[in-house]
Ligand binder design. Structure first.
Ligand code: FAD
Length: 482
């Protein structure tokens, strides 16, 4: 039986929302004074410090969450430090009897949560966790022999066979008030000032393009979903491959921060297509499936960002790029318009179209033969949707070292790709304005027949670098066979 002064802590992490938030709703049911906390933890062992673009997003998302909580009669407490220590302290300050959170799946994060659960049990505090951020808990979707899936198609088939995802839960109208905590004045526990976390970039402030492109927070997430449902979803199967149009949902950073739940996305689609899903809807759902697949890969392989999923790639002969070569790729001056447009889109907006991500990544790991970890680290720092599952899983997919990976000999040709998916050069013109004057044909290969003054010549030849990549791969195969 809880004491009259017992209170509840809801610890929000990658679930910065009120809608479909089981931990928060459970706190309402308990009905005790409530403390909602977000902890900036970059100190617990193994936790990866956030990249720059994600820090920008987090700042704005917390501002938005704070406002939403205030509207519901609550408040957001910000704390910084190793989460285990912070929670222990906060529980003491508030006299917490209940500790609630929605689950996360990275190795170091799970270790932190398990430590807190054990401590709570020893101290008579009820710690409870909920499923909120994945449609299927990774440990529930297993192969016949009980292990994790290594191939996407049977994984997704098993997910589908597991039944329809649950109906999302509506946001609570009113949250229990914070109550009064001893020694800190009525209704208050100390909170850091968000500005002191210095999440926003200064000198230089490179965030202008991000601010023009995105609206971090729950309202922004729902408005993205509405826009997507009202248009692009209908033609998603084709539109998703065309970088020059808004053919995809652009929900990735909102899902990354849990500003919208995958259950909500799934449900809204079901409401729109109540009878039978169209092929386009099926393709979109399977993209959500790729997200689930990446997380179950990380769950089973916590070192996904640092170790080859396929250990034979430990012997692959990656070539260390020079600083100038790496910088040319990062800054979008490789001389290949599609790669450059993608890398500049990433720098300017914190996001890159999926097809271009594949082409830009393939260029780095195959044409330049650079270790995929170099690219993964750059994306980690610059993507607003960078997450510890999808980023390494996709890099390893492109490199051939990952699960269900693209075969190594599949080397994206950036010229063929832009001719096919950006035939008129709309995307190229937007992000590589030096090429804007070229016509639809010439823009894909500006070095041909044009004396380009302000655009670089290709940094490597495509046929030679392709041959070199294939020979390096063959060398690995020969080593393994001998
Ligand atoms: P949509 O096409 O609208 O898809 C809907 C949702 O499905 C996405 O928001 C995303 O959550 C999920 N999804 C789609 N494709 C994938 C995929 N291949 N893998 C996992 N989930 C997927 N996605 C991230 O969310 N974070 C990353 O850090 C990330 N890094 C990537 C790195 C590389 C090298 C590559 C090739 C892809 C990466 N992706 C990553 C996957 C994909 O490019 C993005 O999810 C997608 O471009 C996001 O745009 P969208 O929301 O409009 O996608």
């Amino acid at each position: 039986m809880a004491s009259p002064s017992a209170s509840t802590i809801v610890w929000l992490r990658d679930d910065l929302r009120l809608d479909d938030n089981p931990a928060l709703l459970h706190a309402v049911d308990i009905g005790r004074p409530l403390t909602v906390v977000y902890i900036l933890d970059e100190e617990s062992p193994g936790v990866r410090p956030l990249g720059g673009a994600v820090r920008w997003w987090l700042h704005h998302s917390l501002v938005s969450l704070d406002a939403a909580l205030a509207k519901a009669g609550s408040t957001l407490v910000l704390r910084r430090g190793p989460a285990g220590d912070v929670i222990r302290r906060l529980a003491k300050e508030t006299g917490a009897q209940h500790l609630l959170w929605n689950r996360r799946y990275g190795g170091p994060e799970r270790a932190v949560d398990a430590g807190i659960k054990a401590w709570a049990a020893e101290n008579g505090i009820e710690a409870q966790s909920f499923q909120a951020n994945l449609l299927h808990e990774p440990w529930t979707i297993t192969t016949g022999s009980g292990g994790p899936y290594k191939v996407f198609t049977p994984f997704w088939r098993a997910c589908t066979a597991a039944g329809e995802p649950r109906t999302p839960l509506d946001a609570p109208g009113r949250l229990p008030s914070p109550g009064s905590h001893a020694g800190t004045g009525p209704g208050q526990v100390d909170s850091d000032a968000l500005a002191d976390w210095a999440l926003l970039p200064v000198s230089p402030d490179w965030s202008g393009g991000l601010a023009r492109t995105w609206q971090p927070g729950e309202a922004g997430a729902h408005s993205r979903l509405d826009d997507f449902l009202a248009g692009p979803l209908e033609d998603y199967g084709t539109g998703r491959d065309v970088p020059g149009v808004e053919g995809t949902s652009r929900l990735s950073p909102h899902l990354r921060f849990g500003e919208i739940s995958p259950f909500r996305v799934w449900h809204e689609i079901r409401l729109r297509y109540p009878r039978e899903a169209t092929p386009d809807v099926g393709i979109f759902r399977s993209e959500l499936g790729w997200r689930e697949f990446c997380w179950q890969l990380l769950y089973a392989n916590p070192q996904l960002a640092t170790r080859n999923y396929r250990p034979e790639f430990d012997r692959f002969d990656w070539q260390e790029p020079t600083a100038a070569e790496l910088e040319a790729w990062q800054q979008g001056s490789t001389g290949y318009p599609l790669v450059d447009a993608g890398m500049r889109q990433l720098w300017q907006t914190g996001w890159m179209h999926n097809r271009v991500r594949m082409a830009a990544a393939s260029f780095l790991v195959k044409n330049l033969l650079a270790d995929w970890r170099l690219g993964e680290a750059w994306f980690w720092d610059t993507l607003v949707d960078a997450d510890s599952a999808s980023n390494p899983a996709n890099w390893q997919w492109v490199a051939g070292s990952g699960a269900d990976a693209s075969p190594y000999f599949r080397i994206f040709n950036p010229v063929t790709q832009s001719k096919k998916f950006d035939a008129e050069g709309r995307y190229l013109r937007e992000f590589v304005p030096e090429l804007a004057g070229l016509d639809g044909k010439a823009i894909h290969e500006p070095w041909k027949d044009h004396d380009m003054k302000d655009y670089p010549a290709p940094m490597v030849g495509l046929p030679e670098s392709r041959e070199r990549a294939l020979a390096t791969y063959q060398k690995l195969k020969d080593q393994l066979d001998s």
